[in-house]
Design a protein around this ligand. Structure first.
Ligand SMILES: [Zn+2]
Length: 238
């Protein structure tokens, strides 16, 4: 069943499941579901009482995941339009190559994102492919040394480096139990430190699998100014 509580000005929806267990458990999933598992026969009022007590924690968890919602904006991919790359604005300049001697492609030049093509309808695809290539190259360069440092520091000898990119509608990154790190290629639009923050965040999940205080303490130890980069990322892209 689903129900909700009110806490201050916030409404927290939750899903309640009864099961054969002794204590009440609350989890916040990456899909922003608040899932409550309660012992059979627990009155709903008691569940709500407990949720109210835990509300600050739940809100923190929810806001945590919420911040990982990339903003989807309508872009036209035409000359003059600005696009972000590593936190800086670049203006698209379409270089129509009448002679057709240059192959289709994208180049960063000064404050311009130069797109070479004879076909204007291909600008978007070319820019997106360029972003993806850059993301692949840059993320690996950043993540591998961070990974090596992290696993030796925390003695995670079983973890092997594996990074992949995946367009995720609601998240900047994720980390599987086996230590596979997945990053959203959209991140390439953010400053380097923001990307590092997401990588560090995912690496910390190799030690703690949820967003408990222990997790946050570790993240702070690994990157003392993470909050600054998290809010920068949110301001810029989320
Ligand atoms: Zn996380």
């Amino acid at each position: 069943m689903t129900d909700y509580i009110e806490y201050g000005s916030k409404r927290i929806d939750f899903r309640l499941e009864y099961s054969d267990r002794k204590t009440l458990g609350i989890t916040v999933t990456p899909d922003l579901d608040v899932l409550v598992k309660a012992p059979v026969n627990t009155p709903v009022e008691a569940v709500k009482e407990k949720l109210k007590k835990k509300a600050p924690w739940i809100i923190r968890q929810l806001s945590f995941f919420l911040s990982f919602h990339p903003r989807l904006t309508d872009r036209k991919f035409i000359g003059g339009e600005t696009h972000l790359y590593l936190g800086k604005q670049y203006r698209i300049r379409v270089m129509s190559d009448e002679l057709g001697v240059i192959r289709d492609g994208v180049k960063l030049k000064g404050q311009f994102l130069e797109v070479y093509t004879r076909d204007n309808t291909k600008v978007k695809a070319l820019v997106e492919a360029w972003y993806f290539d850059k993301a692949k190259e840059r993320f690996h360069k950043m993540a591998e040394p961070l990974f090596d440092k992290f696993v030796s520091k925390h003695d995670l000898s079983l973890a092997t480096y594996h990074l992949s990119l995946r367009q995720m509608p609601t998240r900047w990154g994720s980390c599987t139990a086996k230590g596979r790190i997945i990053l959203n290629p959209e991140l390439i639009k953010a400053p380097k430190a923001c990307i590092e923050y997401v990588i560090v965040h995912e690496l910390c999940h190799l030690v703690h699998h949820d967003h408990t205080q222990k997790f946050l303490d570790l993240q702070t130890k690994e990157m003392p100014d993470w909050e600054k980069w998290k809010s920068k990322l949110e301001r810029l892209l989320a």
